[in-house]
Ligand binder design. Structure first.
Ligand code: 13P
Length: 353
């Protein structure tokens, strides 16, 4: 394990107020998002969409790293240039999703455990040789009547820690993603309680498996009320609850926390990240960054619609969301920034979730 290299990569992923763009949807997830918009669910359509993303002019000004999927890391632009070359030429660090998905956890109705440890050492060696410098593994924790159970939290934390240790052995920075889902009617306080429990167990297992905290990134959910709750807290309440929760559970040795967006509307995700940095940036030990998929991509996907003629407008929307989130890292995001793009992009950002 090259300790210095791991620490340098982890720091670089959250440097200069930039953040990560997750474009690692599995084929079924990507197809589901395409189907909703009437886009063909083919390998070529997925390739064309990912080409749109990686060739977006100016993306590297706000994005430090992109998370790819096994299909995507092997794909090329239409002119034959490998995506990996396009990404590194733009000064962006390539990463890779390495879990193989969340499956039903035996004996735990309604709960899941993420799989993918079998053969992971070999897959990491291949990805690292291809040029991936960081990896991602997502655990999902559902909140509901009587869940999450201790068994589900522990099984997922154990798998995350085993994955993280294997990554570091391969010289790859683990992005550790324990996601407490937004689905449900639970309160903000319940989300805070579950998130804290999940993070405490997570770091317990990371410690047990000898993961070097300086060489990892944490990718948690923000602390939010359930999606189907009528009353929604304002951005400052969300920012306060999230940072208070993280302060209880995340060691100061971790260099960066890069939030997932989890299905929040794009503009709200930016506003909440902004509120956290505005109120707490100078008082917390880690960078508060982003690793969004939907909150960066969704407006662009809705504009693209699978049509070549819409590529440029979609790229502008993508770049705009990335810029808004970089501004949010500085506490400089304002709703007025949303007026800097055309009505088409604005409409898609407001509608996206
Ligand atoms: P969202 O930002 O859409 O939640 O996706 C982040 C991610 O990488 C999910 O694993």
């Amino acid at each position: 394990m090259n300790t210095q290299q791991l620490m340098d990569t982890a720091k670089a992923l959250v440097a200069d107020d930039k953040g990560l763009l997750a474009m690692d949807e599995s084929n079924p997830t990507c197809n589901k998002r395409f189907a909703r918009l009437g886009i063909p669910q083919t390998e070529e359509a997925r390739r064309a969409y990912r080409e749109l993303i990686v060739t977006t002019p100016g993306l590297g000004e706000s994005i430090s790293g992109v998370i790819l999927y096994d299909e995507t890391i092997r794909q090329k632009k239409e002119d034959g240039t490998p995506f990996l070359k396009v990404i590194t030429d733009a000064g962006i660090i390539p990463g890779i999703k390495v879990d193989t998905g969340a499956k039903a956890l035996a004996g735990h109705h309604g709960e899941k455990v993420t799989e993918g440890l079998d053969g992971l050492r070999g897959r990491l060696a291949e990805y690292s040789q291809m040029g991936a410098r960081f990896a991602k593994w997502r655990a999902v924790i559902a909140v509901g009547d009587g869940i999450p159970s201790g068994g589900c939290i522990e099984a997922n934390a154990h798998a995350l820690a085993r994955y993280a240790a294997l990554c570091q052995e391969a010289g790859v920075v683990p992005v550790v993603e324990p996601e407490v889902l937004m689905d449900g009617e639970h309160t903000l306080e319940r989300c805070r309680e579950v998130t804290e429990q999940v993070l405490r167990m997570g770091f317990n297992q990371l410690y047990t498996q000898r993961v070097m905290l300086e060489g990892m990134i944490l990718k948690p959910n923000m602390v939010l009320p359930g999606l189907t709750r009528a009353q929604h807290e304002d951005v400052n309440e969300v920012a306060d609850a999230t940072v208070r929760c993280l302060l209880q559970a995340v060691p100061a040795a971790v260099p960066g926390i890069a939030f997932l967006s989890g299905g929040q509307p794009s503009e709200l995700a930016s506003a909440r990240l902004n509120a956290m940095n505005l109120r707490f940036k100078s008082r917390v030990p880690w960078a508060l960054a982003f690793s969004f998929a939907r909150a960066i991509q969704q407006p662009a996907l809705e504009i693209w619609q699978g049509q070549q003629a819409n590529v440029s407008a979609a790229q502008q929307a993508l770049c705009h969301r990335a810029r808004c989130n970089r501004a949010a890292r500085r506490g400089e995001y304002t709703p007025a920034m949303e007026l800097e793009v055309g009505p088409e992009q604005r409409h898609a950002a407001q509608a996206s979730h």
